[in-house]
Ligand binder design. Structure first.
Ligand code: ADP
Ligand code: MG
Length: 704
C-alpha cells in the first residue's frame, strides 16, 4: 500500500463505505491520512456523573441501565436513548440516527462515554457520546479499574455512516503499513521551528498519547500551509517587481492646484497616503497597494486624484465599484470635484444606451476615466492604454483579474496597470501578513475634522414609536434618514404555506420588508414626509434617480435593502435605522453605520431586533463598544473566521490553516522561513519536493 492506493484496495473498507468517504472528499489512502481529527476526547479523565457540568465536554465511566429506540415527533429522526449510571448517579445519553448502536450497547454494558453535556428545557443529557466498551457484564470491580482505553481518542468530522470509530479502525493499519513518506518541508525549516517531520506528525495527529503531541503535530500541518502561503506572497511580489507599468509623472503645480481647489482641506493622513500612492505610480514598477481607511475617512478623493493625474498624462484609469449605485455615485462625485475633466470621464452601466459610441471613445483613448461595476468593465471594454486600476470596497484584486483587463487593452500589452484597491474593512494583522501579504498597505487613520462619534443604540421593540418621534425631530431639523430592511418583499402570510416551514424559516418570512415598510412609513407613520424606497430589483436608471434625488434632499427617508451597505455617501443623512439587525454580520452592520456620521452633524445608528439570542447580543454589543474598525475586524475574525474577509468563495485552504491564520506568532515564523528559503533557493532546485507541493498549492487556492 502507498499514498495513492485507492479505497477499494484498502482492507476494512467495504463497498458501501466508499461513496460515503468520497462525499468527504476522500478517495485514496493519502486523503484518509490527511483527514484530521478536529478534537480529542480524553478518556483518562473520568468525571463522576453527579459532578457533570452543563455545556461542557466530559467523559464518564458507567453501566448502561436501560437503552432503547425512540422516534422524534416529526418522525424524521431516530433517537437511541440510554440511561447510564455510576456510583454517584445516573444520566441520560442520546444518539441521533445511529440505531445500529443497539447491536453493541446493551443493558449491562460497561463503557467510557465522552461527549458534551447539553442542557435543554430543564433536562440534562449527554449528546452523541463516543464510547469505548470496557466490559459487557455489568459493574465489575471498581470504577477506576482496568480500562483498555489509553490516551486520547481522535474525533473526526463525520458524515452519515462514517463514524470516528470506523475511521480510527481503518487508519491504524494504514499508518503502520504505509512506507515512509518523504517530507517536502525543508529540514532546516522544521528544525528551526521545532516541528515534527511528516511521518511522526501523521502518527501523532491521529493517535497522540499526550495532548502536547497532538498539538505539535497540528502545528506542523498548520505551519506548512502558512509557509506555502508566504512563499506564494513572496513569489507574487517578485514576479510583479519584474513587470513594467506606465510611469505617471506628477506635475507638482498641477497637483497643488487640484488640492487647493478641493471643497475641503485634506487630512494629514490623506496627504500621507496620497503621497504613497503617487510615489508608487511614478515608478515603472506596478503598484500593488491596498488603501485602508475607516468608513467616511475620505478614500475616494485619493483615488480620484491619482486618476486625474493619469488622465493628465494621457492614460486611462478604470474605477471598479461593487454595485451600480456606488459606480453612479463615484461618477457624480468625481465629475463634480474635477469639472475640467468632465468630458474625459464616463460611466459604463449595464444599460448604457450609446454603448457602441461609448466603447468607441474608450477604445480610441478619448475617454480617460471609466467608472463601472466589475462585471461590466471586465466584460465589455477594450481599453486603449489602461495604466491604473482602482478597485473600491474590495481588499484584493487578483493578478489574474488584472491580467484579464489587459487582454482588452489595445496598447502594447507589455505594460500592466498599477493597482489601487480600497477597503473600509480593516484587515486583522495576521491576515495582513498572510493572505494579503503580497500587498503594500496604506492606512488613513483619522477622520476629517469635526466628525462626531456616531451614537449607536439597540432599541427595544416597545420604544419603536419613540424612535420614530426622534427621527421626525431630526428630519424637521433638516437631516435625512436611512431605514434598512432585510427583505424586499414581505414573506407569505398563507397559513398553509407556512405550516411546512420550521420556526426559523417562518421568522425569516416575518422580517421587515422594504415594500411593506415603505407603505407603512409613508401612509401611517410619516404621512407628511417624503419617502423613497430602493432595492436591487429596481432598474438601474430608477436606482440612479432615487439615489441622486436622495442626495439632493428631495427625500427625507430612504427605505432600502443592503444595496446601500457600502460606499454610499450622503453627508446630510444622520440616521441609520436598521430593522432585523440580527440578520446582518458585524462587518455589514459596521458598513451600514458608516453611511452616517459623514458631516459635522451628530449622527445616530438605531438597531432593531426581536432576537434575544446570545450571539446576537454579543454581536450587537461589539458594535456598540468597538472604538474603530480595526477592533471590530479582530472581533469578526474571532466570531466568523477569515472567510469573512475573503468573500463567500471557498479559499481552498484546509481548516487547519484557516484556524492558524489567527496565530500571529506562527504566521510571523512562517514568513521568516519562507524568506530564508526563497533567498537560498529561489527556484526550488535544492528542494524539488517543495517545488512540486508549492505548484499544487498555488493551483488549489483562491484568495481573490
Ligand atoms: P470613504 O473613505 O468611506 O470612501 P468618502 O471618500 O466617500 O469616504 O468620503 C466621505 C465624505 O467625506 C465625502 O462626503 C467626502 O466629500 C468627505 N471628505 C473627504 N475628505 C474630506 C476632508 N479632508 N475634509 C472634509 N470632508 C472630506
Ligand atoms: Mg468609499
Amino acid at each position: 500500500m502507498d499514498l495513492n492506493t485507492e479505497l477499494n484496495k484498502i482492507s476494512g473498507i467495504g463497498p458501501k463505505f466508499i461513496p460515503k468517504l468520497n462525499k468527504l472528499g476522500i478517495k485514496t489512502a493519502k486523503d484518509l491520512l490527511w483527514h484530521f481529527p478536529f478534537r480529542y476526547d480524553d478518556f483518562s479523565k473520568i468525571s463522576p456523573i453527579a459532578e457533570l457540568v452543563p455545556n461542557q465536554p466530559a467523559t464518564i465511566h458507567g453501566v448502561i441501565q436501560k437503552i432503547g429506540l425512540r422516534r422524534t415527533f416529526r418522525k424524521k429522526l431516530v433517537l437511541v436513548e440510554a440511561i447510564i449510571v455510576d456510583e454517584t448517579g445516573g444520566v441520560r445519553a442520546m444518539w441521533f440516527n445511529q440505531a445500529y448502536l443497539l447491536k453493541t450497547l446493551k443493558p449491562g454494558t460497561q463503557a467510557n462515554f465522552a461527549g458534551k453535556i447539553i442542557e435543554s428545557k430543564g433536562d440534562v443529557y449527554l449528546s452523541n457520546p463516543v464510547y469505548e466498551i470496557t466490559s459487557s457484564h455489568g459493574i465489575s470491580g471498581s470504577i477506576s479499574g482496568p480500562r483498555h482505553t489509553a490516551g486520547l481518542i481522535p474525533v473526526y468530522p463525520e458524515t452519515r455512516g462514517i463514524t470516528s470509530k470506523f475511521l480510527r479502525f481503518i487508519l491504524k493499519p494504514i499508518l503502520s503499513s504505509i512506507p515512509p513518506i518523504e517530507d517536502f518541508m525543508p529540514k532546516e525549516v522544521l528544525v528551526k521551528n521545532s516541528l515534527p517531520e511528516i511521518n511522526s506528525a501523521l502518527k501523532k495527529i491521529h493517535f497522540p498519547l499526550r495532548a502536547v503531541d497532538a498539538e505539535l503535530a497540528k502545528k506542523r500541518f498548520a505551519f506548512e500551509e502558512l509557509f506555502l502561503l508566504q512563499l506564494n506572497n513572496l513569489k507574487i511580489k517578485s514576479k510583479l517587481a519584474e513587470q513594467k507599468s506606465e510611469a505617471i509623472p506628477v506635475d507638482q503645480d498641477f497637483l497643488d492646484k487640484l488640492i487647493t481647489d478641493l471643497p475641503f482641506i485634506l487630512t494629514n493622513s490623506q496627504k500621507d497616503v496620497l503621497h504613497e500612492v503617487l510615489s508608487d505610480i511614478q515608478k515603472s514598477r506596478p503598484m500593488n497597494r491596498l488603501l485602508q481607511g475607516d468608513v467616511g475617512s475620505g478614500k475616494t478623493v485619493i483615488a480620484a486624484i491619482a486618476a486625474i493625474l493619469t488622465a493628465k498624462h494621457g492614460k486611462q484609469t478604470a474605477i471598479l465599484a461593487p454595485t451600480e449605485v456606488l459606480a453612479q455615485q463615484h461618477y457624480r462625485t468625481i465629475t463634480k470635484l474635477f469639472k475640467n475633466f468632465e468630458g474625459e470621464i464616463e460611466i459604463l452601466t449595464g444599460a448604457s444606451k450609446q454603448k457602441k459610441s461609448l466603447n468607441d471613445k474608450i477604445e480610441s483613448g478619448q475617454t480617460k476615466i471609466i467608472i463601472g461595476t466589475h462585471a461590466i468593465i471586465q466584460k465589455a471594454v477594450k481599453f486603449n492604454n489602461l495604466a491604473l486600476v482602482i478597485v473600491d470596497e474590495q481588499h484584493r484584486f487578483g493578478v489574474e483579474q488584472r491580467a484579464s483587463l489587459l487582454k482588452k487593452d489595445k496598447g502594447l500589452g507589455v505594460l500592466i496597470p498599477h493597482l489601487l484597491s480600497m477597503s473600509a474593512t480593516p484587515i486583522p494583522r495576521t491576515l495582513a501578513l498572510t493572505i494579503f501579504g503580497d500587498l503594500d498597505l496604506s492606512i488613513i487613520n483619522e477622520l476629517p475634522a469635526g466628525r462626531k462619534p456616531i451614537i449607536t443604540k439597540v432599541v427595544s421593540p416597545t420604544k419603536r414609536m419613540e424612535a420614530y418621534g426622534f427621527i421626525k425631530d431630526q428630519i424637521l431639523k433638516g437631516r435625512q434618514a436611512f431605514v434598512i430592511c432585510p427583505r424586499i418583499e414581505p414573506g407569505t402570510k398563507d397559513e398553509e404555506e407556512r405550516k411546512v416551514l420550521t420556526e426559523s424559516q417562518q421568522k425569516i418570512l416575518d422580517l421587515k420588508s422594504v415594500k411593506e415598510e415603505y407603505e407603512r412609513l409613508s401612509k401611517k407613520i410619516f404621512p407628511d414626509l417624503k419617502i423613497a424606497m430602493l432595492h436591487g430589483k429596481l432598474k438601474n436608471s430608477e436606482k440612479e434617480n432615487i439615489m441622486r434625488d436622495f442626495q439632493d434632499k428631495k427625500y427625507d427617508i430612504l427605505v432600502s435593502t443592503s444595496v446601500v451597505e457600502v460606499g454610499v455617501d450622503v453627508p446630510n443623512a444622520t440616521i441609520m435605522m436598521i430593522e432585523g439587525a440580527d440578520r446582518f454580520g458585524l462587518a455589514q452592520l459596521y458598513q451600514f453605520r458608516g453611511r452616517v456620521g459623514r458631516s459635522e452633524h451628530q449622527s445616530f445608528c438605531l438597531l432593531f431586533t426581536d432576537s434575544e439570542s446570545e450571539s446576537t447580543q454579543y454581536r450587537l454589543d461589539s458594535l456598540l463598544i468597538a472604538k474603530n474598525g480595526f477592533e471590530l475586524a479582530e472581533k469578526d475574525l474571532e466570531l466568523r473566521g477569515p472567510g469573512q474577509f475573503l468573500g463567500k468563495e471557498q479559499t481552498g485552504l484546509p481548516d487547519i490553516a484557516m484556524d492558524a491564520l489567527k496565530n500571529i506568532e506562527l504566521v510571523k515564523a512562517a514568513k521568516v522561513s519562507a524568506e530564508e528559503i526563497l533567498s537560498n533557493d529561489p527556484d526550488f532546485s535544492k528542494n524539488p519536493l517543495l517545488g512540486e507541493r508549492f505548484k499544487q498549492f498555488t493551483q488549489n487556492i483562491h484568495l481573490e
